[in-house]
Design a protein around this ligand. Structure first.
Ligand SMILES: Nc1nc2c(ncn2[C@@H]2O[C@H](COP(=O)(O)OP(=O)(O)O)[C@@H](O)[C@H]2O)c(=O)[nH]1
Ligand SMILES: [Mg+2]
Length: 356
């Protein structure tokens, strides 16, 4: 799973990238040439996993991973450029970093800070980029269909027409209810307005309280869209500190948690993914899968052999296992459920797959 940070220049994208990944890339008020994109693969922090691992101190802890990509700033109106689009199309989730902080040393892409306007214009640019792709595909498709009729082509045309008319009304594709067959037909386009979108508002040091109330900056009831706030400057300073100092500093600013926690919670919700755990001979592992995945699909995530030879899944919620202390104890108490291949894996399940 990957998240791509993008937005207008000098909004705090690289600052946020550092906060999310622990990278220590130097940020500057003026660019000395373009060094982005930056990319990092990072473990997903999970307290449940930490607790479970304590039961198995001899085993390695192997958390699920996320890829973060930090793009160079895009000028106003330039998202539709193919080179930038290519990066955005590869993203599973889009993270738009938007500036709400004042800093006269850092030039702003417009004359003044206007966060709602920036959010709206990014959303419009995304819609426009998709509209251009749809129209160009429809043109080609019409020519193909004139030469030779095909029912596949007709189906594709039908769904693209539907998408086109909603994009023309500024409705992103993520707001449409598509049938699975329709989803499949358009998957290869990797439309931007279909991807989950998080607006990360970088607030001013003097407005830290907005972090708890980002809806005061911009309220959106769009499907699969979220608004979160952070303060790049303060949080960068906090991350320089350790332990008690960090806690004290956070309390002083009234910061309940770090951006990474808010970000991951929102992302998992928007991407509709959950976490399950496995305890192997040598490792405690966490895995990310789509919500409503079956035990068989979860097995396939681990290894195709486990999927092919699937016999049954032994399942226990992570907190029940933690309380009982071990699988053996849980078995004795009858707390381990035997589930078949159609069982829908739940967030926090610890699963042991029996396979031949
Ligand atoms: N005052 C203030 N400055 C910030 C904040 N976040 C980033 N900056 C500054 O803005 C400049 C650009 O930051 P950077 O992360 O490189 O932005 P990018 O161009 O979007 O990647 C740097 O000088 C940062 O120190 C913030 O929350 N407050
Ligand atoms: Mg940058």
């Amino acid at each position: 799973m990957n998240f791509t940070l993008f937005g207008y220049p000098k909004t705090g994208k690289t600052t946020l990238f550092n906060l999310l990944t622990g990278a220590k890339i130097q940020v500057k008020s003026y660019d000395q040439g373009k060094k982005e994109p930056h990319a990092r693969t990072c473990p997903v922090p999970d307290q449940r996993m930490d607790e479970l691992s304590k039961l198995y101190p001899e085993k390695d802890k192997i958390p699920a991973q996320i890829d973060y990509i930090d793009l160079a700033g895009v000028s106003y109106g330039e998202i539709k450029n193919e080179s930038y689009l290519d990066y955005l199309r590869k993203a599973d989730g889009l993270t738009h970093v938007v500036r709400n902080f004042q800093n006269i040393q850092v030039p702003h892409h417009k004359d003044q800070i206007n966060t709602p306007e920036d959010i709206q214009s990014i959303e419009q640019e995304i819609i426009l980029a998709d509209l251009i792709s749809v129209e160009s595909r429809l043109d080609k498709l019409d020519k193909e269909l004139q030469k030779a009729r095909s029912s596949e082509g007709e189906k594709e045309k039908e769904i693209l027409e539907k998408i086109k008319s909603s994009l023309e009304q500024a409705v992103p594709i993520r707001s449409l209810t598509l049938k699975p067959a329709e989803e499949k037909l358009i998957r290869n386009f990797a439309f931007l307005s279909q991807k989950p979108l998080i607006h990360m508002v970088n607030v001013d040091e003097t407005e830290i309280s907005l972090i708890e109330t980002p809806e005061k900056i911009f309220a959106s009831d769009e499907k699969k869209t979220s608004i979160l706030a952070f303060c790049g400057k303060i949080e960068s300073e906090i991350l320089e500190l350790e332990g008690e100092d960090r806690k004290e500093f956070m309390e002083e600013y009234g910061l309940k948690e770090l951006s990474i926690s808010r970000f991951l919670r929102a992302s998992y919700q928007l991407m509709d993914v959950i976490t399950f755990f496995t305890i192997g001979k040598e490792e405690v592992k966490s895995w990310t899968i789509q919500r409503n995945s079956t035990a068989l699909q979860a097995a396939g995530k681990i290894h195709s052999d486990i999927e092919k030879g699937f016999i049954r899944a032994e399942v226990i919620p992570w907190d029940v296992l933690l309380e009982l202390g071990s699988f053996q104890e849980a078995r004795k108490c009858g707390s381990i459920r035997l589930e078949g291949k159609d069982y829908l894996v739940q967030d926090g399940d610890v699963v042991y797959f029996r396979f031949s």
